[in-house]
Design a protein around this ligand. Structure first.
Ligand code: PEP
Length: 250
């Protein structure tokens, strides 16, 4: 089953209106990759304040715009929160849910993440559902158990509009990455779990790897079995570095 890879940039809480200059470079670079028939989708997930402007700038280009989080409900008295419908209205095509920083700093449970993923689907967005173990869980031999439970609890019903991002927490922003054989092992495990849950549709779900992906390690990580692209944090803030990661699919 051929799955078209996705390289998505998670800008986290970084970027001001002037950062559109970096997006413009990404748009030009992604266009050049497309012209060379590169087999890759490119997405940028800026902070919510930039989504509308970025979506206008990216219209008609090869770059999709996504959000970093959404509320489970479509409207209501939830000060500071943003509904999936609002992201969609601003021009987003996808939203990341259950990032480990949301789980850690905002106490998001698997059930809450699942509700957000369902909200994304209700609004017509792709849901990028993040899972991943801590260093202690990996060292304790519990990585599969933890990720399996996160998948069971966080994934919504609709496989077709869902992506999984496997992001070992200890690899995020640390410069550390798992050995490719450990990535292959976990992505294979996730693929099997998706098959058990969704049947044949589980084969179509893209599984991204995230955690300290850079231009220098992207080739090896992206060539790993069942790795269908990357969710990139720090390295996505610099157009050249981000494009070099997407460029491994040239
Ligand atoms: C992330 O937070 O989604 C991430 C992968 O970050 P980084 O690439 O900076 O490790």
């Amino acid at each position: 089953m051929a799955r078209r890879p996705l390289v998505a940039g998670n800008w986290k809480m970084n970027g001001l209106s002037a950062s559109i200059a970096e997006l413009d470079k990404i748009i030009v670079g992604a266009g050049a990759l497309a012209q060379r028939s590169a087999n890759v989708d490119v997405m940028v997930c800026p902070p919510a304040t930039l989504i509308a402007n970025f979506a206008v700038a990216a219209r008609g280009s090869n770059v999709a715009i996504g959000g970093q989080d959404c509320h489970a409900l479509s409207a209501g008295a939830f000060t500071g929160d943003i509904a999936a419908e609002m992201l969609r209205d601003a021009g987003a095509q996808a939203v990341i849910v259950g990032h480990s920083e949301r789980r850690q700093y905002h106490g998001e449970t698997d059930a809450a993440v699942r509700a957000k993923a369902q909200a994304a689907h209700r609004a017509g967005l792709l849901a990028i559902v993040c899972v991943g173990e801590t260093r202690a869980e990996r060292d304790g031999g519990r990585a599969r158990e933890v990720v399996g439970a996160q998948l069971d609890g966080s994934l919504p019903e609709n496989a077709a509009a869902t992506l999984v991002a496997y992001e070992p927490i200890w690899a995020i922003g640390t410069g550390l990455t798992p050995h490719p054989s450990d990535v292959a092992d976990m992505h294979g495990f996730i693929r099997t779990r998706l098959g058990a849950r969704f049947g044949e549709a589980g084969e179509t779900v893209r599984i991204l790897y995230g955690g300290s992906v850079k231009a220098s390690n992207a080739k090896e990580l992206m060539a790993t079995a069942n790795v269908d692209g990357a969710l990139v944090g720090g390295a996505s803030l610099v157009a050249g570095e981000f494009l070099a990661i997407a460029g491994v699919y040239r």
